[in-house]
Ligand binder design. Structure first.
Ligand SMILES: C[S@@+](CC[C@H](N)C(=O)[O-])C[C@H]1O[C@@H](n2cnc3c(N)ncnc32)[C@H](O)[C@@H]1O
Length: 279
């Protein structure tokens, strides 16, 4: 439906949630992330300014303009946009949802790992554009960032301290407000606040047409796959966002597929995300 009003609406939603509708897009990093290996004089200056900031209950971050192409691919976490996944992956997410709608694959849509909600907003917008009023979008997240790694149970996560990044902690209220700004907050958006280990097991008797996993850690990716994949309908899609860039996530997917003897081809979306379609 290229050029149709629903398609133009979805293009606009994608541009907006990815931050591409604005003249300039900015990336956001903690100072440590951007300059972690800076010279000792830089680190000392940073320690001093960071201490002042902390005393004022503030945090020191680095903000820099991003090239549009960088943002299309994902790139650094955006300062204001509602999703960190780039336009390429948003286009793919839209295509998968449209395919399950066109082919009548049963079930709802779920995202495990929501952050500011942009990808889930697109999921809900695709349902809206196609008048698919019998499906719900589910959002599973702690809404307080990632868990501290537990290397005794998940050795692959050792040292991956994403729990220390306050930028990854986005409250449920912030995500609700983002949906509201797009006019998409209604009873077909369901929030599942809490750790996946608590929120996902009770969903086992539901049916999913699409499972979008974007949760970085081995533990979180495994918990999402273990609890959601058994209820993925034949013809449904599972998309894992961080496979190409985070080793622990990649290992979780590879281990899960090996454990369950999954023969469906693992396909690449871009340098980061992969997906497969259940037979
Ligand atoms: C990379 S961000 C998600 C990005 C998002 N999909 C987007 O479109 O920008 C990872 C999210 O996963 C959540 N998360 C990771 N592990 C989790 C777990 N075990 N339980 C609940 N939330 C988790 C974090 O709170 C964070 O919001």
């Amino acid at each position: 439906m290229a050029g149709t009003l629903p398609n133009r609406y979805l293009e606009l939603v994608k541009s907006s949630v990815a931050g591409l509708a604005h003249e300039r897009v900015f990336g956001l990093r903690t100072w440590e992330f951007e300059h972690g290996r800076a010279r000792w004089s830089g680190r000392l200056a940073h320690a001093f300014v960071a201490a002042l900031a902390r005393a004022a209950n503030q945090e020191l971050v680095v903000v820099r303009p991003l090239a549009v192409d960088e943002r299309k691919q994902g790139g650094p976490w955006p300062l204001c946009a509602e999703t960190m996944i780039g336009k390429v992956r948003l286009d793919h997410l839209q295509r998968c949802i449209e395919q399950v709608l066109a082919e009548g694959v049963a079930g709802d849509l779920i995202e495990a790992g929501v952050w500011r909600g942009g990808a889930a907003i697109l999921m809900r917008a695709v349902l809206e554009a196609h008048e698919a009023s019998d499906r719900t979008v589910w959002l599973a997240d702690s809404f307080e960032g990632l868990p501290e790694p537990d290397p005794s149970r998940f050795p692959a996560d050792r040292g991956l301290r994403l729990d220390r990044y306050s930028e990854l902690s986005v409250s449920l209220e912030q995500v609700r407000q983002a949906f509201d700004r797009y006019g998409l907050l209604d009873d077909r958006v369901r929030f599942l606040p809490g750790w996946f280990s608590d929120t996902l097991p009770p969903l086992r008797d539901r049916t999913w047409a699409l499972v979008h996993i974007d949760a970085d850690l081995y533990q979180s990716t495994s918990e999402a796959l273990d609890n959601l994949y058994p209820s993925l309908a034949p013809g449904g899609f599972v998309i894992v966002d961080d496979y190409g860039v985070l080793g622990p996530c990649r290992r979780a997917v590879d281990d899960f597929r090996a454990r369950h003897d999954i023969g469906e081809e693992l396909e690449r979306v871009d340098s980061s995300a992969v997906f497969w379609r259940r037979r």
